[in-house]
Design a protein around this ligand. Sequence first.
Ligand code: FES
Length: 107
Amino acid sequence: MPRPEKHVFICTQNRPQGHPRGSCGSSGSVAVLNEFMTEIQSRNLFDKIAITNTGCMGPCIVGPSVLVYPEGILYGKVKVADVKTIIDQHLLGGEAVAALIVPKEIW
Ligand code: FES
């Protein structure tokens, strides 16, 4: 397997209902993960883009959290409808999706 150009980490952490930190899992991150996987598979982008689900990466308040390397750009409150934009504009086009970037004071 060649080294991917981009590696996308999607937090799918769950916590018990009522936990003060909440979780990306309860904010819909599994649906976001599935949308990434569906798009990568349908476009056959496995050699360029790797997708990994993770546990908590810290900024739970802005979940679902999606972290893109090698840039180290963290997207927050990502919805299923944002996935195609992230793939087309950032992962393939090289331009980060500014409206979804988590503010520096949070991460
Ligand atoms: S639960 Fe996803 S960043 Fe903390």
